[in-house]
Design a protein around this ligand. Sequence first.
Ligand SMILES: Nc1ncnc2c1ncn2[C@@H]1O[C@H](COP(=O)(O)OP(=O)(O)OP(=O)(O)O)[C@@H](O)[C@H]1O
Ligand SMILES: [Mg+2]
Length: 274
Amino acid sequence: MPQPDNKLRIPETLRNVKSIIGIFSAKGGVGKSAISLQLALALKDKGLKIGLVDADIYGPSQPVMLNSSPGELKLTKNEIIEPLTKEGIKFISMGLISGEKMPVIWRGPMVSGAVMQLLSQTEWGELDYLIVDTPPGTGDVQLTLLQRIPLTSAVVVTTPQKVSVSDCKKGIEMINKLDVPISGLIENMSWFQPDSMEKKYYLFGKDGGKELAKEYSLELLAQLPLVELDEDSDLQNHELLKKEFDKISTKLMDSVKNLKDKRSGGIPQINITK
Ligand SMILES: Nc1ncnc2c1ncn2[C@@H]1O[C@H](COP(=O)(O)OP(=O)(O)OP(=O)(O)O)[C@@H](O)[C@H]1O
Ligand SMILES: [Mg+2]
């Protein structure tokens, strides 16, 4: 169960979700959505039960990446939404809910209210991990997610670029202030390396995310290259990135295990030998 000491009422639909991970970055366009999906798929490949929620009301991108449309969504009893299953993961997005089709879901006048409704009105069932892809910024939605969803931990994403790093600092400060642990930082779009070349091109500067991780004592989960995609290929099927996400998902699982061990008492076990 996420954060057993959480004083808030955990929505009924999230009660059988073991860990909830929020993917945050105050900066837009740094790869949060791509990373959320690749992480979800890598965890699924390890045999775990995974859900993915796209909490971006203004620019939801998961439905496109997962090739899904609003018509596929079903409401079950008591206004509860049945998540879609795509590529072996349970999935729901703000982009799948259109006002005319499901007005019942849109009672909340505020966006953050709608995000909460989406999370708590979806029948997640039993999950090992629920990955929450968040919108850019440090506003109401992020605040609501950090305060009202029992997040196990956050993962922060930045590019090495100065503007991204400086926005990302605001995000880290916000997460720290709200006492949500951070499992680590991913530096994305770190360099570009043409197939046939030794040389790496640091298009957005070098090691900006690495240094940020050091400054805040966060684990650097990875530095990921900017990769070239042709028309028919997806980021999530890119061989090099798949290998990277296999490692990132292991590191995340270790971090979550450590956090849970720490929370559940912390009495050290000692072996007494004669
Ligand atoms: N490592 C990468 N190599 C190549 N393209 C990438 C990489 N990471 C992300 N992209 C591409 O960059 C664009 C932005 O990524 P994405 O939508 O995941 O960012 P985001 O942080 O979720 O953006 P927003 O803040 O708008 O939600 C997308 O087209 C995505 O496919
Ligand atoms: Mg996004």
